[in-house]
Write a protein that binds this ligand. Sequence first.
Ligand SMILES: Nc1nc2c(ncn2[C@@H]2O[C@H](COP(=O)(O)OP(=O)(O)OP(=O)(O)O)[C@@H](O)[C@H]2O)c(=O)[nH]1
Ligand SMILES: [Mg+2]
Length: 543
Amino acid sequence: MALDSSLSPPAGDDFVSEGDTLAREVARRRTFAIISHPDAGKTTLTEKLLLYAGAIELAGAVRGRKTQRHAVSDWMEMEQQRGISISAAALEFEMQGHHVTLLDTPGHQDFSEDTYRTLLAVDSVVMVLDAAKGIEPQTRKLFDVCRARGLPVLTFINKLDQPALDPFELLDQIERVLGIAAAPMNWPLGDGSHFAGVYDLEADAVLLYERGARGQRTEPVSVSDPRDASLGRLIGERRQQALIEAVEVISGAGTRFDMEAYRQETQTPVFFGSALNDFGVEPFLRAVLALAPSPPARKSDSGLVLPTDPDFSGFVFKMQANMNPRHRDRVAFLRICSGRLSKDMAVINERLGTTVRLSRVYRFFGRDRETVPQAYPGDVVGLVNPGRLAIGDTLYSGRPVRYPPIPQFPAERFAYLRPADVRHKRFDEAVRQLEEEGLMQVFVPQSGVRHPIIGVVGPLQFDVVEARLRSEYGITCVVDTLPHVAARWPVPTPGSAKPLTLTTSGALLAKDGRERDVVVFESPWELRYVTEANPHIQFYDTM
Ligand SMILES: Nc1nc2c(ncn2[C@@H]2O[C@H](COP(=O)(O)OP(=O)(O)OP(=O)(O)O)[C@@H](O)[C@H]2O)c(=O)[nH]1
Ligand SMILES: [Mg+2]
């Protein structure tokens, strides 16, 4: 049944059952992102979660030898070569009656715009910490974004197989640095070469870590409490004594898990484990399914939109070209917020006021895709070759709705992009597509050298632009970095007809992709000088 409001809803039982289906599908959905500082183990954890969910049969490695499988979420050539994540990847799977959408994000700050966009599309977050490092700068920044967006956070403290900070110190860092209570759900028994496993504080059971047993699943052993004599036999008396003392401290002064507090983002439940060794991942996944929220109501220009609202709505949070090397197409990733999306449905693009027919709707699994006949709130679907869709666009049917715009980060690094040969038409198209993805901003100088200037947030993005032009479009380019520091869009204040005057050679006039004027500044000094010399003009850092 189409959810177009121009059709009157079917009467009686049919309508009730449609609403019931929607409510049931919403309730079983879990949509979350994995975030952290680079290298904490997000992609490795993602891979192991997929393994437990039965979504893959063999875990790949983040940086494998040629013969090894790569992680599903690091599908881009440069991700596999460098062993880092560059672009957020969506993975969808079913587990224990739940429909899970997991987004593995890049940790590196040069790619943080992509991560921030992804955080708009999820309902909760898994924060991964490296047990040896605790809270690192990028984790802290991303956590602040989660807090601002009201996203509940579950914490996985990873790499217990290596020497780690004291678990109390780790909890203390979470509380002190992030300002959120940390409730341990399990407790590590030693670390590094002495790591023996974790004690489940809720269930009073011990999960033993068996070295060399990677991939083999051990079952937890139930005990009556930490003083149980059988526990001493399993983990040794010294470790048991340490555990007894830790549990005393936790029950005295520690934070106990509280569902309300977690959902209100005043507490994060904390789990210890080792993703690489497949240890503690299964109980963690169970906890994610049990604790993480299903899609909540979302803010829009016309108030809160309930996921169970029968009118379909959603927004585009990511664009990606060339995911499929055989087809070379463009995919718009849409987060569904309300109602049911069904194949061939006609929806409205709020920004353009045009109708879009959703004839090809895909579910993604890293680079792989399959068509889906329908999708529900919480789902992330890919629309292939979606015409004029752009990041931030709202799609709806029925009652008009607009979701908040997706902020663009001001570019901080600039470079000329020069094609090494002269296939200009293809070059222009490739540059336009990468700009559309939000990988870079493009400014065409109005005088002098006519090569496009590209603006990015962090320098690693230059490498990505260069590598993707080569591998995805077959275009060799030279990136000539520029000293410039900022781009600003000049907009005359209302009523002023005075033109913009650029008296310094360090301020370059250019046009952006939509033919709007933009000025690129060589130094903070020039930026200040030009701003002060043009008081009748407002300079915007994003448009
Ligand atoms: N010893 C040990 N190493 C681990 C563990 N988990 C991950 N690693 C290693 O840590 C490195 C980084 O892991 P990734 O999963 O790529 O980390 P990431 O957080 O996805 O990194 P970015 O996406 O680049 O931000 C890899 O070499 C992993 O093999 C673990 O439990 N123990
Ligand atoms: Mg990664």
